[in-house]
Design a binder for this molecule. Structure first.
Ligand code: CMC
Length: 431
Protein backbone atom coordinates (compact mmCIF):
# COMPACT_ATOMS: atom_id res chain seq x y z
CA UNK A 1 0.00 0.00 0.00
CA UNK A 2 1.45 3.37 -0.96
CA UNK A 3 1.51 6.60 0.97
CA UNK A 4 -0.07 9.85 -0.17
CA UNK A 5 2.57 11.86 -1.98
CA UNK A 6 3.13 15.59 -1.99
CA UNK A 7 2.32 16.29 -5.63
CA UNK A 8 1.81 19.78 -7.01
CA UNK A 9 1.31 20.98 -10.54
CA UNK A 10 1.66 24.67 -11.21
CA UNK A 11 1.16 25.93 -14.75
CA UNK A 12 2.03 29.59 -15.35
CA UNK A 13 1.30 30.32 -11.71
CA UNK A 14 -2.03 28.45 -11.63
CA UNK A 15 -2.08 25.52 -9.26
CA UNK A 16 -3.90 22.45 -10.54
CA UNK A 17 -5.30 20.27 -7.74
CA UNK A 18 -3.69 16.85 -7.82
CA UNK A 19 -5.51 14.14 -5.90
CA UNK A 20 -4.04 10.89 -4.75
CA UNK A 21 -5.74 7.59 -5.68
CA UNK A 22 -4.61 4.81 -3.41
CA UNK A 23 -4.09 1.28 -4.71
CA UNK A 24 -4.44 -1.84 -2.57
CA UNK A 25 -1.41 -3.27 -4.42
CA UNK A 26 0.86 -1.84 -7.08
CA UNK A 27 0.99 1.66 -8.49
CA UNK A 28 -1.00 4.36 -6.73
CA UNK A 29 -2.44 7.05 -8.94
CA UNK A 30 -2.52 10.81 -9.31
CA UNK A 31 -5.60 12.45 -10.72
CA UNK A 32 -5.66 15.90 -12.33
CA UNK A 33 -9.29 16.06 -13.36
CA UNK A 34 -9.36 19.86 -13.57
CA UNK A 35 -6.20 20.25 -15.70
CA UNK A 36 -8.13 21.29 -18.82
CA UNK A 37 -10.58 23.51 -17.00
CA UNK A 38 -7.88 25.33 -15.02
CA UNK A 39 -5.17 25.64 -17.69
CA UNK A 40 -6.60 24.86 -21.14
CA UNK A 41 -4.01 22.08 -21.43
CA UNK A 42 -4.56 18.36 -21.92
CA UNK A 43 -2.47 15.42 -20.77
CA UNK A 44 -0.69 13.60 -23.65
CA UNK A 45 0.02 9.90 -23.22
CA UNK A 46 0.01 7.90 -26.49
CA UNK A 47 -0.52 4.19 -25.92
CA UNK A 48 -1.58 4.98 -22.32
CA UNK A 49 1.96 4.23 -21.14
CA UNK A 50 1.16 5.70 -17.72
CA UNK A 51 -2.55 6.36 -17.70
CA UNK A 52 -4.98 4.36 -15.55
CA UNK A 53 -8.37 4.41 -17.25
CA UNK A 54 -10.28 3.18 -14.19
CA UNK A 55 -10.01 1.60 -10.78
CA UNK A 56 -10.62 -2.14 -10.83
CA UNK A 57 -10.87 -4.96 -8.31
CA UNK A 58 -10.56 -7.89 -10.73
CA UNK A 59 -6.97 -8.64 -11.70
CA UNK A 60 -3.59 -7.52 -10.37
CA UNK A 61 -0.30 -7.67 -12.26
CA UNK A 62 3.12 -6.79 -10.89
CA UNK A 63 5.16 -6.67 -14.07
CA UNK A 64 8.52 -6.32 -12.32
CA UNK A 65 7.98 -9.38 -10.16
CA UNK A 66 6.09 -11.49 -12.71
CA UNK A 67 2.97 -11.68 -10.52
CA UNK A 68 -0.55 -12.21 -11.88
CA UNK A 69 -3.56 -12.67 -9.58
CA UNK A 70 -7.28 -13.00 -10.29
CA UNK A 71 -9.27 -11.55 -7.37
CA UNK A 72 -6.21 -12.08 -5.16
CA UNK A 73 -5.49 -15.70 -6.16
CA UNK A 74 -2.08 -16.29 -7.82
CA UNK A 75 -2.35 -17.60 -11.37
CA UNK A 76 -0.04 -20.53 -10.59
CA UNK A 77 -2.49 -21.77 -7.92
CA UNK A 78 -5.53 -21.35 -10.16
CA UNK A 79 -3.71 -23.06 -13.04
CA UNK A 80 -2.88 -26.02 -10.84
CA UNK A 81 -6.20 -26.34 -9.00
CA UNK A 82 -9.08 -24.54 -10.67
CA UNK A 83 -11.30 -25.32 -13.65
CA UNK A 84 -12.26 -22.76 -16.27
CA UNK A 85 -15.87 -22.27 -15.17
CA UNK A 86 -14.77 -22.02 -11.55
CA UNK A 87 -12.28 -19.32 -12.58
CA UNK A 88 -14.98 -17.63 -14.66
CA UNK A 89 -17.19 -17.51 -11.53
CA UNK A 90 -14.31 -16.04 -9.54
CA UNK A 91 -13.66 -13.30 -12.09
CA UNK A 92 -17.29 -12.42 -12.73
CA UNK A 93 -18.76 -12.68 -9.23
CA UNK A 94 -15.64 -11.96 -7.17
CA UNK A 95 -15.41 -15.23 -5.19
CA UNK A 96 -14.59 -18.87 -5.81
CA UNK A 97 -17.96 -20.66 -6.00
CA UNK A 98 -19.28 -23.16 -3.48
CA UNK A 99 -20.03 -26.59 -4.96
CA UNK A 100 -23.73 -25.58 -5.35
CA UNK A 101 -22.92 -22.30 -7.06
CA UNK A 102 -20.51 -24.01 -9.42
CA UNK A 103 -23.06 -26.71 -10.26
CA UNK A 104 -25.62 -24.03 -10.93
CA UNK A 105 -23.30 -22.12 -13.30
CA UNK A 106 -22.27 -25.34 -15.10
CA UNK A 107 -25.92 -26.35 -15.53
CA UNK A 108 -27.02 -22.95 -16.78
CA UNK A 109 -24.17 -22.86 -19.31
CA UNK A 110 -24.88 -26.45 -20.43
CA UNK A 111 -28.56 -25.55 -20.97
CA UNK A 112 -27.59 -22.79 -23.39
CA UNK A 113 -24.79 -24.53 -25.29
CA UNK A 114 -26.92 -25.07 -28.40
CA UNK A 115 -27.02 -22.23 -30.88
CA UNK A 116 -30.04 -20.95 -32.78
CA UNK A 117 -30.40 -22.28 -36.34
CA UNK A 118 -30.16 -18.68 -37.50
CA UNK A 119 -26.66 -18.46 -36.00
CA UNK A 120 -25.70 -21.62 -37.90
CA UNK A 121 -27.06 -20.10 -41.11
CA UNK A 122 -25.12 -16.92 -40.32
CA UNK A 123 -21.86 -18.90 -39.86
CA UNK A 124 -22.54 -20.84 -43.05
CA UNK A 125 -22.79 -17.61 -45.02
CA UNK A 126 -19.10 -16.82 -44.47
CA UNK A 127 -16.43 -18.21 -46.79
CA UNK A 128 -14.93 -21.39 -45.33
CA UNK A 129 -11.46 -19.88 -45.52
CA UNK A 130 -12.47 -16.63 -43.78
CA UNK A 131 -10.28 -15.92 -40.79
CA UNK A 132 -12.21 -17.26 -37.77
CA UNK A 133 -11.58 -14.08 -35.77
CA UNK A 134 -13.53 -12.04 -38.34
CA UNK A 135 -16.40 -14.48 -38.14
CA UNK A 136 -16.24 -14.70 -34.36
CA UNK A 137 -16.54 -10.96 -33.97
CA UNK A 138 -19.60 -10.99 -36.22
CA UNK A 139 -21.10 -13.96 -34.38
CA UNK A 140 -20.72 -12.36 -30.94
CA UNK A 141 -22.38 -9.22 -32.24
CA UNK A 142 -25.14 -11.34 -33.82
CA UNK A 143 -25.91 -12.98 -30.45
CA UNK A 144 -27.34 -9.63 -29.39
CA UNK A 145 -29.72 -9.75 -32.35
CA UNK A 146 -30.83 -13.33 -31.62
CA UNK A 147 -31.28 -12.82 -27.86
CA UNK A 148 -32.62 -9.25 -27.54
CA UNK A 149 -33.97 -10.07 -24.06
CA UNK A 150 -30.33 -10.00 -22.87
CA UNK A 151 -28.97 -6.78 -24.39
CA UNK A 152 -29.94 -4.33 -21.66
CA UNK A 153 -28.53 -3.24 -18.34
CA UNK A 154 -31.11 -4.80 -15.98
CA UNK A 155 -29.65 -7.40 -13.63
CA UNK A 156 -31.60 -10.30 -15.16
CA UNK A 157 -30.50 -9.28 -18.66
CA UNK A 158 -26.84 -9.09 -17.63
CA UNK A 159 -27.08 -12.49 -15.92
CA UNK A 160 -28.60 -14.06 -19.03
CA UNK A 161 -26.02 -12.47 -21.33
CA UNK A 162 -23.22 -13.74 -19.05
CA UNK A 163 -24.38 -17.34 -19.42
CA UNK A 164 -25.19 -17.04 -23.13
CA UNK A 165 -21.75 -15.63 -23.92
CA UNK A 166 -19.93 -18.36 -22.00
CA UNK A 167 -22.02 -21.09 -23.60
CA UNK A 168 -22.55 -19.99 -27.17
CA UNK A 169 -19.06 -18.69 -27.99
CA UNK A 170 -17.72 -22.19 -27.19
CA UNK A 171 -20.14 -23.76 -29.67
CA UNK A 172 -19.50 -21.07 -32.30
CA UNK A 173 -15.72 -21.55 -32.05
CA UNK A 174 -16.05 -25.33 -32.31
CA UNK A 175 -18.28 -24.87 -35.37
CA UNK A 176 -15.81 -22.48 -36.98
CA UNK A 177 -13.14 -25.15 -36.85
CA UNK A 178 -15.47 -27.86 -38.18
CA UNK A 179 -16.58 -25.66 -41.08
CA UNK A 180 -13.02 -24.71 -41.98
CA UNK A 181 -12.14 -28.41 -42.08
CA UNK A 182 -15.21 -29.30 -44.13
CA UNK A 183 -16.83 -31.31 -41.31
CA UNK A 184 -20.55 -31.44 -40.50
CA UNK A 185 -21.65 -29.51 -37.43
CA UNK A 186 -22.70 -31.79 -34.59
CA UNK A 187 -25.32 -31.10 -31.95
CA UNK A 188 -24.21 -30.29 -28.41
CA UNK A 189 -25.20 -32.90 -25.80
CA UNK A 190 -28.23 -31.87 -23.79
CA UNK A 191 -27.35 -31.73 -20.10
CA UNK A 192 -23.65 -32.55 -20.50
CA UNK A 193 -22.07 -30.38 -17.83
CA UNK A 194 -18.35 -30.67 -18.52
CA UNK A 195 -17.78 -27.46 -20.43
CA UNK A 196 -14.25 -28.18 -21.63
CA UNK A 197 -14.99 -31.77 -22.59
CA UNK A 198 -18.08 -30.71 -24.53
CA UNK A 199 -16.16 -27.95 -26.32
CA UNK A 200 -13.48 -30.43 -27.38
CA UNK A 201 -16.11 -32.97 -28.43
CA UNK A 202 -17.95 -30.37 -30.53
CA UNK A 203 -14.62 -29.47 -32.15
CA UNK A 204 -12.98 -32.84 -32.73
CA UNK A 205 -15.74 -35.52 -32.75
CA UNK A 206 -16.52 -37.58 -35.82
CA UNK A 207 -19.87 -37.01 -37.52
CA UNK A 208 -21.53 -39.49 -35.09
CA UNK A 209 -20.41 -37.31 -32.19
CA UNK A 210 -17.78 -39.76 -30.92
CA UNK A 211 -14.57 -38.32 -29.64
CA UNK A 212 -11.72 -40.25 -28.12
CA UNK A 213 -9.54 -37.63 -26.53
CA UNK A 214 -6.40 -38.11 -24.53
CA UNK A 215 -7.05 -36.83 -20.96
CA UNK A 216 -3.87 -34.76 -21.29
CA UNK A 217 -5.57 -32.72 -24.04
CA UNK A 218 -8.65 -32.07 -21.91
CA UNK A 219 -6.52 -31.05 -18.98
CA UNK A 220 -4.36 -28.76 -21.12
CA UNK A 221 -7.43 -27.08 -22.63
CA UNK A 222 -8.84 -26.29 -19.20
CA UNK A 223 -5.46 -24.95 -18.09
CA UNK A 224 -5.06 -22.74 -21.17
CA UNK A 225 -8.52 -21.26 -20.74
CA UNK A 226 -7.76 -20.44 -17.08
CA UNK A 227 -4.44 -18.81 -18.03
CA UNK A 228 -6.10 -16.59 -20.64
CA UNK A 229 -9.18 -15.69 -18.59
CA UNK A 230 -8.17 -12.12 -17.69
CA UNK A 231 -5.28 -9.70 -17.88
CA UNK A 232 -6.59 -6.39 -16.52
CA UNK A 233 -6.65 -3.34 -18.84
CA UNK A 234 -5.07 -4.88 -21.97
CA UNK A 235 -5.99 -3.62 -25.43
CA UNK A 236 -9.09 -5.79 -25.95
CA UNK A 237 -10.43 -5.34 -22.41
CA UNK A 238 -9.95 -1.58 -22.64
CA UNK A 239 -11.82 -1.76 -25.95
CA UNK A 240 -14.69 -3.65 -24.29
CA UNK A 241 -14.83 -0.99 -21.56
CA UNK A 242 -14.60 1.87 -24.05
CA UNK A 243 -17.42 0.56 -26.24
CA UNK A 244 -19.50 -0.36 -23.18
CA UNK A 245 -19.03 3.12 -21.73
CA UNK A 246 -21.40 4.45 -24.40
CA UNK A 247 -24.02 2.06 -22.89
CA UNK A 248 -23.72 -0.21 -25.93
CA UNK A 249 -24.74 -3.81 -25.22
CA UNK A 250 -22.37 -6.37 -23.77
CA UNK A 251 -22.43 -8.18 -27.15
CA UNK A 252 -21.43 -5.05 -29.10
CA UNK A 253 -18.69 -4.38 -26.55
CA UNK A 254 -17.25 -7.90 -26.58
CA UNK A 255 -17.49 -8.15 -30.38
CA UNK A 256 -15.24 -5.07 -30.50
CA UNK A 257 -12.93 -6.73 -27.97
CA UNK A 258 -12.63 -9.75 -30.28
CA UNK A 259 -11.56 -7.37 -33.05
CA UNK A 260 -8.90 -5.82 -30.82
CA UNK A 261 -7.65 -9.24 -29.75
CA UNK A 262 -7.13 -10.34 -33.35
CA UNK A 263 -4.14 -8.03 -33.91
CA UNK A 264 -0.67 -9.63 -34.01
CA UNK A 265 0.63 -7.38 -31.23
CA UNK A 266 -2.12 -8.73 -28.94
CA UNK A 267 -3.90 -12.13 -29.08
CA UNK A 268 -2.99 -12.65 -32.74
CA UNK A 269 0.60 -13.08 -31.56
CA UNK A 270 0.04 -16.80 -30.88
CA UNK A 271 -0.72 -17.38 -34.55
CA UNK A 272 2.01 -14.97 -35.68
CA UNK A 273 4.57 -16.75 -33.47
CA UNK A 274 3.90 -20.12 -35.04
CA UNK A 275 4.02 -18.61 -38.53
CA UNK A 276 7.36 -17.01 -37.57
CA UNK A 277 8.77 -20.45 -36.63
CA UNK A 278 7.44 -21.95 -39.86
CA UNK A 279 8.98 -19.09 -41.88
CA UNK A 280 12.38 -19.56 -40.23
CA UNK A 281 12.29 -23.27 -41.09
CA UNK A 282 11.09 -22.61 -44.65
CA UNK A 283 13.75 -19.95 -45.28
CA UNK A 284 16.55 -22.21 -44.11
CA UNK A 285 17.72 -19.36 -41.84
CA UNK A 286 19.54 -20.20 -38.64
CA UNK A 287 18.02 -18.98 -35.39
CA UNK A 288 21.11 -16.84 -34.83
CA UNK A 289 20.65 -15.12 -38.21
CA UNK A 290 16.97 -14.55 -37.50
CA UNK A 291 17.77 -12.95 -34.13
CA UNK A 292 20.31 -10.66 -35.85
CA UNK A 293 17.59 -9.63 -38.33
CA UNK A 294 15.20 -8.79 -35.49
CA UNK A 295 17.88 -6.76 -33.71
CA UNK A 296 18.79 -4.81 -36.84
CA UNK A 297 15.11 -3.84 -37.24
CA UNK A 298 15.90 -3.78 -40.98
CA UNK A 299 12.69 -5.33 -42.25
CA UNK A 300 10.57 -4.49 -39.20
CA UNK A 301 10.66 -8.12 -37.98
CA UNK A 302 9.92 -8.60 -34.29
CA UNK A 303 10.45 -11.67 -32.24
CA UNK A 304 6.78 -12.58 -31.93
CA UNK A 305 5.74 -13.94 -28.55
CA UNK A 306 8.37 -11.75 -26.90
CA UNK A 307 7.97 -8.53 -24.95
CA UNK A 308 5.12 -7.10 -22.95
CA UNK A 309 3.96 -3.65 -21.95
CA UNK A 310 3.63 -4.64 -18.29
CA UNK A 311 5.87 -7.66 -17.65
CA UNK A 312 9.49 -6.59 -17.44
CA UNK A 313 10.84 -9.71 -15.78
CA UNK A 314 8.90 -12.76 -16.91
CA UNK A 315 5.31 -13.60 -17.86
CA UNK A 316 4.13 -16.18 -15.30
CA UNK A 317 1.66 -17.58 -17.84
CA UNK A 318 4.53 -18.42 -20.19
CA UNK A 319 6.25 -20.56 -17.54
CA UNK A 320 3.07 -22.62 -17.09
CA UNK A 321 2.38 -22.96 -20.83
CA UNK A 322 5.96 -24.06 -21.55
CA UNK A 323 5.72 -26.80 -18.93
CA UNK A 324 2.29 -27.88 -20.18
CA UNK A 325 3.56 -28.04 -23.78
CA UNK A 326 6.28 -30.43 -22.67
CA UNK A 327 3.69 -32.56 -20.82
CA UNK A 328 1.25 -32.71 -23.75
CA UNK A 329 3.98 -33.61 -26.24
CA UNK A 330 5.19 -36.39 -23.91
CA UNK A 331 1.66 -37.68 -23.21
CA UNK A 332 0.85 -37.80 -26.93
CA UNK A 333 4.26 -39.27 -27.81
CA UNK A 334 4.99 -36.39 -30.17
CA UNK A 335 8.31 -34.77 -30.89
CA UNK A 336 8.34 -31.20 -32.07
CA UNK A 337 11.10 -29.61 -34.07
CA UNK A 338 9.40 -26.28 -33.48
CA UNK A 339 9.29 -26.72 -29.67
CA UNK A 340 13.03 -27.46 -29.64
CA UNK A 341 13.59 -24.44 -31.85
CA UNK A 342 11.47 -22.22 -29.59
CA UNK A 343 13.44 -23.27 -26.51
CA UNK A 344 16.75 -22.51 -28.29
CA UNK A 345 15.44 -19.17 -29.53
CA UNK A 346 14.34 -18.27 -25.99
CA UNK A 347 17.75 -19.25 -24.62
CA UNK A 348 19.60 -17.13 -27.19
CA UNK A 349 17.34 -14.10 -26.69
CA UNK A 350 17.51 -14.25 -22.90
CA UNK A 351 21.32 -13.99 -23.09
CA UNK A 352 21.43 -11.29 -25.74
CA UNK A 353 22.13 -7.68 -24.74
CA UNK A 354 19.39 -6.32 -27.09
CA UNK A 355 16.65 -8.26 -25.28
CA UNK A 356 18.19 -7.89 -21.80
CA UNK A 357 18.48 -4.10 -22.13
CA UNK A 358 14.87 -3.75 -23.26
CA UNK A 359 13.60 -6.28 -20.71
CA UNK A 360 12.05 -8.45 -23.40
CA UNK A 361 10.96 -11.90 -22.21
CA UNK A 362 8.78 -14.60 -23.73
CA UNK A 363 5.09 -13.90 -23.15
CA UNK A 364 2.09 -16.24 -22.99
CA UNK A 365 1.93 -16.43 -26.79
CA UNK A 366 5.46 -17.74 -27.28
CA UNK A 367 4.54 -21.35 -26.46
CA UNK A 368 0.72 -21.34 -26.62
CA UNK A 369 0.59 -21.90 -30.39
CA UNK A 370 2.86 -24.91 -29.99
CA UNK A 371 0.61 -26.56 -27.43
CA UNK A 372 -2.55 -25.80 -29.46
CA UNK A 373 -0.86 -27.36 -32.49
CA UNK A 374 0.12 -30.45 -30.50
CA UNK A 375 -3.52 -30.72 -29.33
CA UNK A 376 -4.66 -30.81 -32.98
CA UNK A 377 -5.88 -27.25 -33.59
CA UNK A 378 -5.08 -25.61 -36.94
CA UNK A 379 -3.09 -22.35 -36.74
CA UNK A 380 -5.98 -19.90 -37.54
CA UNK A 381 -7.88 -21.28 -34.51
CA UNK A 382 -5.24 -20.20 -31.98
CA UNK A 383 -6.56 -16.66 -31.46
CA UNK A 384 -10.24 -17.77 -31.21
CA UNK A 385 -9.07 -20.13 -28.43
CA UNK A 386 -7.50 -17.14 -26.68
CA UNK A 387 -10.83 -15.32 -27.12
CA UNK A 388 -12.77 -18.22 -25.60
CA UNK A 389 -10.54 -18.04 -22.54
CA UNK A 390 -10.87 -14.25 -22.31
CA UNK A 391 -14.70 -14.19 -22.39
CA UNK A 392 -15.05 -14.27 -18.55
CA UNK A 393 -12.52 -11.43 -18.19
CA UNK A 394 -14.35 -9.27 -20.71
CA UNK A 395 -17.68 -10.01 -19.03
CA UNK A 396 -16.25 -9.22 -15.58
CA UNK A 397 -14.82 -5.89 -16.76
CA UNK A 398 -17.99 -4.88 -18.61
CA UNK A 399 -20.06 -5.66 -15.50
CA UNK A 400 -17.64 -3.81 -13.21
CA UNK A 401 -17.76 -0.80 -15.53
CA UNK A 402 -21.55 -0.59 -15.83
CA UNK A 403 -21.89 -1.04 -12.07
CA UNK A 404 -19.41 1.73 -11.26
CA UNK A 405 -21.21 5.04 -10.59
CA UNK A 406 -18.07 6.98 -11.57
CA UNK A 407 -18.08 5.54 -15.13
CA UNK A 408 -18.25 8.18 -17.84
CA UNK A 409 -18.34 7.69 -21.59
CA UNK A 410 -14.77 7.12 -22.78
CA UNK A 411 -13.80 10.11 -24.83
CA UNK A 412 -10.10 10.99 -25.02
CA UNK A 413 -8.87 14.42 -26.07
CA UNK A 414 -6.28 15.09 -28.77
CA UNK A 415 -3.62 17.61 -29.59
CA UNK A 416 -4.56 18.80 -33.08
CA UNK A 417 -1.61 19.12 -35.49
CA UNK A 418 -3.46 19.45 -38.84
CA UNK A 419 -4.05 22.48 -41.07
CA UNK A 420 -5.28 25.70 -39.54
CA UNK A 421 -8.48 27.18 -41.04
CA UNK A 422 -8.39 27.63 -44.82
CA UNK A 423 -10.95 28.47 -47.52
CA UNK A 424 -12.64 25.98 -49.80
CA UNK A 425 -11.08 25.86 -53.29
CA UNK A 426 -13.40 25.00 -56.23
CA UNK A 427 -12.27 21.81 -58.04
CA UNK A 428 -11.35 23.68 -61.27
CA UNK A 429 -8.90 25.85 -59.35
CA UNK A 430 -7.11 23.03 -57.51
CA UNK A 431 -3.65 21.84 -58.50
N1 CMC B 1 11.03 -8.12 -30.75
C1 CMC B 1 12.04 -7.23 -30.95
N2 CMC B 1 12.07 -6.00 -30.36
C2 CMC B 1 11.05 -5.69 -29.57
C3 CMC B 1 9.98 -6.56 -29.31
C4 CMC B 1 10.00 -7.83 -29.94
N3 CMC B 1 9.00 -8.70 -29.76
N4 CMC B 1 9.09 -5.98 -28.48
C5 CMC B 1 9.58 -4.75 -28.21
N5 CMC B 1 10.78 -4.57 -28.86
C6 CMC B 1 11.66 -3.42 -28.78
C7 CMC B 1 11.12 -2.25 -29.57
O1 CMC B 1 11.60 -2.26 -30.91
C8 CMC B 1 11.63 -1.09 -28.77
O2 CMC B 1 13.02 -0.93 -29.08
P1 CMC B 1 13.71 0.54 -29.07
O3 CMC B 1 13.71 0.97 -27.63
O4 CMC B 1 15.07 0.30 -29.64
O5 CMC B 1 12.86 1.41 -29.95
C9 CMC B 1 11.54 -1.55 -27.32
O6 CMC B 1 11.67 -3.00 -27.42
C10 CMC B 1 10.23 -1.19 -26.63
O7 CMC B 1 9.17 -1.67 -27.45
P2 CMC B 1 7.73 -1.01 -27.54
O8 CMC B 1 7.13 -1.42 -28.84
O9 CMC B 1 7.83 0.44 -27.23
O10 CMC B 1 7.00 -1.74 -26.31
P3 CMC B 1 5.44 -1.80 -26.07
O11 CMC B 1 5.25 -1.90 -24.61
O12 CMC B 1 4.78 -0.65 -26.76
O13 CMC B 1 4.98 -3.13 -26.83
C11 CMC B 1 4.44 -5.36 -27.29
C12 CMC B 1 4.67 -4.31 -26.20
C13 CMC B 1 3.88 -6.64 -26.66
C14 CMC B 1 3.39 -4.82 -28.30
C15 CMC B 1 5.77 -5.64 -28.02
O14 CMC B 1 6.71 -6.17 -27.10
C16 CMC B 1 5.61 -6.60 -29.19
O15 CMC B 1 5.33 -6.13 -30.31
N6 CMC B 1 5.79 -7.93 -29.01
C17 CMC B 1 5.59 -8.89 -30.07
C18 CMC B 1 4.11 -9.21 -30.18
C19 CMC B 1 3.62 -10.07 -29.04
O16 CMC B 1 4.23 -11.08 -28.71
N7 CMC B 1 2.47 -9.69 -28.48
C20 CMC B 1 1.80 -10.48 -27.40
C21 CMC B 1 1.80 -9.72 -26.10
S1 CMC B 1 1.31 -10.73 -24.69
C22 CMC B 1 -0.30 -11.33 -25.00
C23 CMC B 1 -1.32 -10.30 -25.35
O17 CMC B 1 -1.28 -9.16 -24.93
O18 CMC B 1 -2.22 -10.64 -26.08
Amino acid sequence: MGKAVDARLIVDGTEVPVSFVEARLGNDGLSMETLLKKTGLVNVDPGFMNTASCTSAITFIDGDEGILMYRGYPIEELAARSTFLETAHLLIYGELPTRDLLNSLENRVARHIQVHDGIKAFLNAFPRDAHPMSVLSGAVSALGAFYPESIGHEENEIELATVLLLAKTATVIAYLQRRAMGLDLIEPKKGGTDYVEEFLRLTFADSDGHCDLDPAVRQAMDLLLVLHADHEQNCSTSTVRMVGSSQASIYASIAAGVGALSGPLHGGANEATLRMFDDIIASGDTIERFVEKVKSKSDGARLMGFGHRVYKNFDPRCTVVKQATDQVLTALGLSSEVFDMAKRLEEIALHDEYFIERKLYPNVDFYSGLIYKAMGFPTPMFTPLFALGRIPGWIAHWREMVGDPTTKIGRPRQVYIGEAERSYVPIEERR
